[in-house]
Design a protein around this ligand. Structure first.
Ligand SMILES: Cc1cc2nc3c(=O)[nH]c(=O)nc-3n(C[C@H](O)[C@H](O)[C@H](O)COP(=O)(O)OP(=O)(O)OC[C@H]3O[C@@H](n4cnc5c(N)ncnc54)[C@H](O)[C@@H]3O)c2cc1C
Length: 508
């Protein structure tokens, strides 16, 4: 039998927002089964099992979604026989680092993602709610209870066969590969054969991204070096000598993330963090990524002492990355130090820089919106391997891969998240062939289509994004035959109504 939640649980309120109910006797299994009973399911053992490789966050959610629709699953997990460098247990869905699923504020992109996953009936999110520990405005969990509960649910599901073995070959039939950022060396050749060595990356060195609307355009100016290309190709943040000196001093003393040994070995030989370049000499950045040559500040009509260039991250130019700013600084330090850059004093960061070991594929060139390999559609890729970043994003893509495979087996169109939803925007970004230089991304409002009208005030703007996203999600769920009729597709669509404090956006 399935386990009961530890001491408290949540129940659906209007199908959208969980309300805490300390003494309720609802358990995850019965709630989820109820959900499954309101949606389509195959409920036949004659269906060929789907193979899921990797019992992490994505693989566990994918397996559950399939099994709940009556589709048998064989789930291969290499642990505990073989551990990754960051996992320590034999539990499925082990959280390898922080125990936080980030902000639960419904107007943040992370908070909206939670509502969308709740709408879609995510089992892992439901377990996370049950295992929640006090964390201000964030959703954080007791990691052991979380992983143990997910493991029990999966292992006890009558349609899931969990096989504890490292997969080193591609099985026949429908397959979901979710072996994560630390995919084993045994599966690497399989991935290489499937996608080509040039489309497989082993580390992530991403520069921060800022929301365009938060850049001070009184200080920053549009221009490309020597006027080459489009004149507006870059936004340039000019520094005078004093500003540069202060920036370098703060950069050199800022707190850094201590990489694990296995990361240090591979990472820095391949890509120099901006703070490492600064360490090699006071003017190193001024002669490197911050070189001012070919640029004239229209306010002074002079060449600045140094220039930080920002390049558009998406076609709608709502987000810009800091060119050459791969960094290993702690997140809070990135915000502090990078806001010293003229024009970025009030920058809102859509993503902060990361540098860590991370196996991922070039999704924009390889995957369709249903996470199928374009070259071999019987194979789906999910989780961080498919190019998202973050625990819940992995859960989301596992859910989508599971729903996609289930829809296919049921002879339906794949379920695809609408681009106006938080998760749909991320999926569109990650699987659009127009995305270039892809680095894994977490959900954020910087990559979503701008609002049709200008909304003043950050909180109001975010609320408008969230409102629109939830509406789009509800409509997509209501119109797809596999999810239509689900009781999760009803309810209030007012993201401001939960009253959760947004002052703590939640972080890793
Ligand atoms: C060191 C590190 C720290 C991170 N910290 C955070 C954080 O604090 N917060 C956050 O939001 N995100 C974090 N991430 C990013 C990411 O969200 C998590 O890694 C997340 O667990 C990804 O989910 P997943 O399902 O794709 O992979 P995983 O959860 O890693 O699951 C993959 C599973 O596949 C198994 N596996 C691998 N190869 C094979 C094989 N050949 N055969 C069978 N099984 C196999 C693994 O044992 C594992 O159980 C971190 C990533 C790394 C690498």
């Amino acid at each position: 039998m399935m386990s009961r939640p530890p001491s408290a649980c949540f129940e659906w309120s209007g199908g959208l927002v969980y309300r805490f109910c300390p003494s309720s006797d609802v358990d995850v299994q019965s709630t989820a089964m109820e959900h499954a009973n309101t949606t389509h399911s195959v409920r036949s053992r004659s269906v060929e099992p789907v193979t899921v490789i990797g019992g992490g966050l994505a693989g566990s959610e994918a397996a559950w979604q399939l099994a709940e629709r009556g589709i048998p699953v064989t789930l291969f997990e290499m642990r505990p026989g073989k551990q990754s460098p960051a996992h320590h247990s034999g539990s499925l869905a082990e959280l390898v680092c922080s125990n936080s699923f980030k902000s639960d504020d419904p107007i943040t992109a992370a908070g909206e993602l939670k509502r969308e996953l709740e709408y879609l009936g995510s089992m892992l999110l439901q377990v996370a709610r049950i295992c929640a520990v006090p964390a201000g405005g964030a959703l954080a969990v007791d990691r052991e209870v979380f992983a143990r509960t997910v493991t029990e649910h999966i292992e006890n599901h009558p349609l899931v066969d969990v096989v504890r073995r490292e997969m080193r070959e591609l099985p026949e039939g429908r397959v979901i590969i979710a072996t994560g950022p630390l995919s084993s060396d045994g599966i690497e050749p399989v991935l290489g054969n499937l996608v080509g060595a040039a489309r497989l990356a082993f580390f992530d060195a991403a520069a921060p991204i800022v929301e365009a609307s938060s850049i001070d355009r009184e200080l920053a100016f549009s221009a490309s070096r020597y006027g080459k290309g489009g004149s507006d190709d870059y936004i340039n943040c000019p520094m005078d000598r004093e500003q540069y000196d202060r920036f370098i001093a703060e950069l050199l003393t800022a707190r850094r993330v201590h990489s694990k040994d296995f990361e240090r070995r591979e990472l820095f030989s391949a890509c120099q963090p901006v703070e490492e370049i600064a360490r090699s000499g006071h003017d190193a950045l001024r002669f490197g990524p911050l070189k001012p040559v070919g640029l004239t500040d229209p306010r002074t009509a002079n060449r600045p002492w140094a220039v930080v260039q920002l390049r558009a991250e998406n076609l709608s130019c709502t987000a810009y990355n800091l060119v050459g700013f791969q960094t290993n600084l702690a997140f809070s330090e990135q915000e502090r130090v990078f806001r010293l850059i003229p024009g970025l004093e009030h920058a809102e960061f859509a993503r902060l820089g990361v540098m860590h070991r991370n196996t991922f594929i070039d999704s924009p060139r390889l995957l369709d919106a249903s996470l199928r390999l374009r070259s071999l559609p019987r194979v789906r890729v999910a989780g961080q391997l498919a190019g998202t970043e973050g625990y819940l994003e992995a859960v989301g893509s596992g859910l989508l891969a599971g729903l996609g495979a289930a829809a296919e087996i049921m002879g339906m169109e794949p379920f695809v998240m609408p681009e106006l939803s938080a998760f749909g925007a991320l999926m569109a970004y990650a699987t659009s062939p127009l995305t270039s230089g892809y680095q894994p991304m977490h959900v954020n409002w910087g990559i979503i289509e701008p609002l049709p009208q200008r909304v003043k005030g950050k909180r109001e703007r975010y609320a408008a994004y969230a409102q629109r996203a939830l509406q789009a999600t509800g409509e997509a769920i209501a119109t797809h035959p596999m999810t239509a009729g689900s009781r999760t597709a009803a309810g209030s669509l007012d993201p401001m109504s939960s009253g959760v404090d947004s002052s703590n956006p939640g972080s890793r």
